[in-house]
Ligand binder design. Structure first.
Ligand SMILES: [Zn+2]
Ligand SMILES: [Zn+2]
Length: 295
């Protein structure tokens, strides 16, 4: 590869959706591929397609092992090698998948004749892992026929207790040095990712309604698939999302993982027709501007 120091990624494969302070860049089509990069969090959600522009990301969060979400991991690691990224990719995943992914990468490494290595971070629902001083990721349960997880990013901002607010700066600094308990934690739900799940996840994880940005699957949108069909595959149908419409307090709701029963234009039209105005205001469907889905 030539090292020009700049790579161009503008193309028709990836879609970027601006959701509050986060950009959600990638592509998602139910059963085909889902890979979404949020650079502000240095996070990639699923790897159903190897995103060249996200190859140097630090953290990958795998929702589950279906190949439209996990199948392109070896290709992504290949691109990392090509780009000279030395640090191992950290892969957060449902704990039972960890040995399976390790085994799969060992086999593909033999095929590739080059070690494809990652740092696995097995997660159980409720587990929290610090990502930065002020940021943790928390895994939560999703509802799919195979082991699966969603991920919630919590910003743990420390704030001065109100009773100390009027003190001069040097006095606050002095108290801080003594270890006095002058701060309290003000957790802020920043972003959550939930895909390949029954809508039950919304009842079980009410934090999803209050997270600044919620990235959520909505595989089916109209009568071309019934609610019963959606439930059978453990997916969300818009019919089952609409009763929750008044509860979404998010700044942005990114719907994705639409079925290829719909064209990108169908998705926009159906969401515009079927969602009430308050929901439409925060809705950011992850669909390309193109006539067809990429690929
Ligand atoms: Zn899927
Ligand atoms: Zn799945």
């Amino acid at each position: 590869m030539t090292r020009t120091g700049a790579r161009s990624y503008g193309n028709r494969v990836l879609t970027t959706v601006q959701a509050a302070r986060y950009s959600v860049r990638g592509t998602s089509l139910g059963g085909v591929y889902t890979a979404l990069h949020v650079p502000e969090l240095d996070a990639l959600f699923d790897c159903g397609l190897p995103l060249r522009s996200a190859a140097s990301v630090t953290n990958l969060f795998l929702s589950h092992g279906h190949v439209d979400h996990a199948g392109a991991l070896p290709a992504l690691l290949g691109i990392r090698g090509l780009h000279g990224v030395r640090k191992n990719l950290r892969v957060f995943l449902p704990s039972t998948l960890a040995p399976v992914i390790a085994e799969a990468l060992a086999v593909i490494s033999r095929l590739h004749r080059w070690p494809l290595t990652v740092d696995l971070v097995p997660m159980e629902p409720g587990d929290e892992v610090p990502l930065r001083n002020d940021l943790v990721v928390r895994a939560f349960r999703t509802y799919h026929p195979v082991p699966s997880l969603g991920y919630l990013f919590v910003n743990r901002v420390k704030k001065l207790r109100p009773e100390f607010a009027s003190l001069p700066g040097p006095e606050i600094a002095r108290l801080r040095r003594t270890g006095a308990d002058i701060f309290f934690e003000d957790p802020r739900f920043e972003l959550a990712y939930a895909t390949d799940t029954l809508p039950l996840v919304l009842e079980r994880e009410p934090a999803l309604f209050d997270t600044r940005v919620l990235i959520l699957e909505c595989t089916f949108l109209d009568g071309r698939k019934s609610v019963a069909d959606a439930r059978a595959g453990c997916h969300i149908h818009l019919d089952e999302l609409l009763p929750f419409a008044h509860r979404f307090n998010n700044e942005a709701l990114v719907l994705m993982h639409f079925s290829q029963l719909y064209t990108p234009a169908d998705v926009r039209r159906l969401l515009a027709e079927r969602c009430p105005p308050d929901l439409r205001r925060i809705l950011r469907p992850h669909v390309p501007e193109t006539e067809n889905w990429p690929g």
